[in-house]
Design a protein around this ligand. Sequence first.
Ligand SMILES: *Cc1c(COP(=O)(O)O)cnc(C)c1O
Length: 391
Amino acid sequence: MRKNTIAIDTKLPRTDAYGAIAMPVYHTAAYEFGTAKEMADAFCGRVLAPDYSRVMNPTVMHLEDTVKALTGAANVFAFCSGMAAITNALLAVVEQGKKVVTSKHLFGNTVALLNKTLARLGVETQMVDLLDLEAVRNAVDENTACLFMEIVTNPQMEVADIKALAAIAHEKGVPLIADTTVIPFTQFSAKALGVDIEVVSSTKYISGGATSLGGLVIDYGSFPVVNQRIRFELLFNVGSYMAPHAAYMQSLGLETLDARYRVQAGNALALARKLREVPEIKRVNYIGLEDNPFYALAREQFGETSGAMLTIDLADKRTCFRFIDSLKLVRRATNLFDNKTLAIHPYSTIFGPFSGSQKREMDVLDTTIRLSVGLEDVEDVFEDIVQAVGS
Ligand SMILES: *Cc1c(COP(=O)(O)O)cnc(C)c1O
């Protein structure tokens, strides 16, 4: 089966009593068993059957099964947000006194998870330039728990060589964990590039219409401890499993993911090309433009499309604020890959809590606007941007 067929026709875990075509929403906390033995088998993990919805729920399992079929993963776990997925993936591999090697270009809350929350528990983070493979090789040592990366950093739009990073991690026997939120797994295989554990904010492309929060840990099975700890320890003890209603909406989103994505990526490319001709825009940063420094590597790794996120740079922060205030169609909102086009000034919002010098170090500039391109007719989005930069 090919990807769209899998996304739409992955079988429900059991035949529904009424033959429902959509996965029913099992809004239940607990499940009744026929016998004491069946109950004991489920509770002790001898049989994989839902006993309590903190750990397993049929609606969530259907989403997990579909993602498993789409990616070829050994195990998929759905959580209540992208951050919960990242936290659980990291908690499955870190220990006190061990370190995470990663980039200084990371999603703001992931930076804070590492530098504040995990630091307080005695897990160190070393931030290196992931484009400098020698620096990465020096950083990854016997004390390293994992190498963590984002496949296209945001808002810098940097692309590192995933195969090379996987080789370095595997030389030292540590997993490569990749946050692949910005290019859907229907477009490329993280597994084929050597990624051991993929984490995804399914709030973004998968939910589609910004209907719900969610996160996925897609485990390719190369480090069995990850499945062991998430399934038998973290789901129980941390309690951040996805809610059934969110899983229902995200399963619907997954059915149309590839169709939506192709239009959005096409819109993003068309918009990036047109925005380059607008004199007030100093720079358009999109990995799908032929002269982007990451164009060739992005093609090689992610295929023919380049996502629906791009940035533009304007003269200064005041101009950025005036631009955002003048938008009539494009929404002033965070989030990525909504059906609607969204604009945000990352410096003053997502990275607002960081100091000026921290932001300089992370290459987050006060002149940058991030755009997430939606499903509208792209000419309308272009016209709105042009009137807003000119105002
Ligand atoms: C949004 C996002 C997250 C966090 O996901 P939530 O679902 O908002 O918790 C993590 N990584 C990246 C790259 C994101 O864009």
